[in-house]
Design a protein around this ligand. Structure first.
Ligand SMILES: [Zn+2]
Length: 195
């Protein structure tokens, strides 16, 4: 058995990954740097970018390198607990919160079905994945408004809500103030505390 770590993938392995060839399932695992998930060659998840793939020859090496098992192909040989999967999804959403996220794209990134993700996430966290994304965006917006002098437009881009008026509406709904007003009143607040 080959024991090399972080091997460069061969043409044959790349072909097996692209074709979901189950004949290779006992031979290697492939991990994807961007999603931090490792899979069996036969996994039906979207074919990763060639440059992000690292090959492992056993589960322990992949886990030791910080990759998580895949929910879909059960690459660790057991069913990934729901709580673990939810953590995976949370990390994915935090990392990608500046992008246009949908339930489908998050599910794809976390190697599961949208329906299943929605259900499990809500069961564990009490809120849906989309509500979670909304929460992250509000937190980030508040942080940027308070701690930086970035323009509202820049903040919109950073939190993945490119439409400024939509952002203003969403923000007001959450805090009772428009972003501009919030920033201003917060400055006054800070000033009062400093005096
Ligand atoms: Zn997989």
């Amino acid at each position: 058995m080959v024991t090399a770590k972080n091997s460069v993938l061969t043409t044959e392995q790349w072909k097996a990954i692209r074709e979901n060839d189950e004949n290779f399932d006992d031979q290697f695992f492939y991990a994807v740097r961007t999603t931090k998930i490792f899979c069996r060659p036969s996994c039906k998840s979207r074919v990763p970018n060639f440059n992000n793939v690292t090959i492992f020859y056993n589960v322990d090496e992949a886990l030791a390198a910080g990759f998580r098992p895949c929910k879909r192909c059960k690459s660790a040989g057991f069913r990934l607990p729901d709580e673990e999967w939810v953590l995976q999804a949370e990390a994915y959403m935090r990392e990608h919160s500046s992008e246009q996220l949908t339930l489908d794209s998050v599910a794809e990134g976390c190697h599961g079905s949208p329906y299943h993700l929605h259900r499990v996430f809500k069961q564990v966290n009490g809120i849906t994945p989309l509500e979670y994304i909304h929460r992250i965006r509000m937190e980030k917006a508040i942080f940027y408004l308070r701690r930086t002098d970035k323009s509202i437009r820049e903040i919109c881009t950073l939190i993945g809500v490119p439409n400024a008026s939509y952002f203003a509406t969403m923000f007001k709904k959450g805090t009772g103030q428009t972003p501009r007003k919030f920033r201003k009143s917060d400055e006054n607040e800070v000033l009062r505390h400093e005096i």
